[in-house]
Design a protein around this ligand. Sequence first.
Ligand code: RP5
Length: 163
Amino acid sequence: MKKNKHLKVAVIMGSQSDYKTMQFCTKILKKMAVKFETKIISAHRTPKRMYEFANTAKKNNFGVIIAGAGGSAHLPGMISAITSVPVLGVPIESKKLKGLDSLLSIAQMPKGIPVGTLAIGEDGAINAALLATAIIANNDPVVKKRLDNWRLKQTKSVKKKPK
Ligand code: RP5
């Protein structure tokens, strides 16, 4: 079997405090049976850990990196600067600015080093997992089928009339 046939997703976050948001992401990945690993990596508190992780991400068979960060949320951009593995950024809702700081920090990457930016908080964490699943599904028909079924179930759950 080719090594990259079953690429993993890395779910990284700047702090333990981000996990209450990022667990919405891991719940979806579990549902989709997509292989993932979680890690706390802070761009400013653990810069060596950040470099080491990003520098070995491709070799370690990660096909997508989801990075949650809050405030001056430089983690996703820094990771993307080190590796060409696609990076999806989840802006964590911050206490002072309600995540607008995180959103703008992640979305406003200058050209050349992209970060796919999701919505602030829980919605972003869930959509990051769905997007990562879709990326993995490009090379994995079983994951694609699971994702398609999940979407179909969601569609069917929408009632035609309000009660
Ligand atoms: C960022 O600072 C983290 O991503 C987190 O959202 C924020 C606050 O971190 P803690 O002070 O809770 O560790 O680096």
